[in-house]
Write a protein that binds this ligand. Sequence first.
Ligand SMILES: [Zn+2]
Length: 409
Amino acid sequence: MTTSVLVCGAVFDGVSEEITGPKQILVRDGLIAEIGTAVSRPDGAELVDLSERTVSPGFIDTHVHLTMDASNLALQTLESSAAKALKGLHLAQQYLRYGFTTLRDLGSMDPEFPTIDLRDAINADLVPGPRLFVAPHVISASGGHGDMSGFYASRWDIPVSAVADGVTEIRRTVRREHAHGADWIKTANAGGYFSVGDDPASGTWFDDEMQALCAAARLVGLPVAVHTGAAEACKQAIRCGARSLEHAYLIDEEAIDMAARSGVYVVPTMQMTREDLAQLQAGTLPCQAVWKFSRDSKAINAAQQLLAASEAKVAYGTDCGMFPFSHGILEFQAMVEAGLSPVRALRAATSVGAELLGRNDLGVLEPGVCADIVAMPGNPLDDIACTAGVDFVMRTGVVHRHPGQDPTF
Ligand SMILES: [Zn+2]
């Protein structure tokens, strides 16, 4: 493996309030070996000039759907799992060029496990791509956010969603996800905007069902990510032991306090709200979403501002797949527009994202951690939009994008 010395103009280390520099980073065997004003230069080390750039840990998007194409869900249900995995690989590689070196995929709409296969192929170095953490399916009550049966065609009547009702079925479904190699369990305890026949303002699991899901996940050692909306549903998820609240569209002050006190992460997917609003204004929002989103859009923005003003741990997540991956980088700007400081937005996509994933070797720049490193012109603390200008991407010591050169994908 190549040894490199990165000559950095400025460095955001993933944690500090300030950007410091100039600094140098020695990368060896995929890890950061040294970082300081001057590092050793082993024979044959490749020198990378980032002296005109701000360097950051690779970005972590904790909420994507690599195998769900929202614009084409109906037809996609007729595709094979292999087709979805191949398209997902393409999207993951494209996303890497923006600086996303780690992704958490929160559910496919497929009877099999295409995102697990994709993760394993990348881990085995069969194909290059970002590091993946995977919740294979969205475990949903019948009629809940993840229940697509009846709405879309499915091939050979194979169910496209992981529907379970009652404690026994829920336990069985969690065990099945675990047995197939899940890193996370994903569920929805409130409705969604784009799904038919459910409502984000209402819950979908009874307490005993949500408790059973979280207890089953705990038993097999997996953390739980919960698509949630109504404030009561946010509280239910926290009480039952969820590790992350996804969207939390209508979270209130009490639920935010509960999350902050219990160390539960919130992934507010703020860019998606902007995407939905743009679609509402353009008249292209699907009809099942129009009445719910028009009713809630102000309340969602107010909830996001409450979150920005709180001490809760906010992690970067986009829901890309539901909208184009090329817009995922805009979550930084959406977060700052909602009131997060630029440094908190940067931490959300680095150290806080890594903490959510339980990986202290990611999301920071210090000796001994994985060499996932990106660089951009400008100072993102002065102008968060600089994050959209990433033009150097290294994942585990391998450079996928060099300033002035085409990305490797
Ligand atoms: Zn999602």
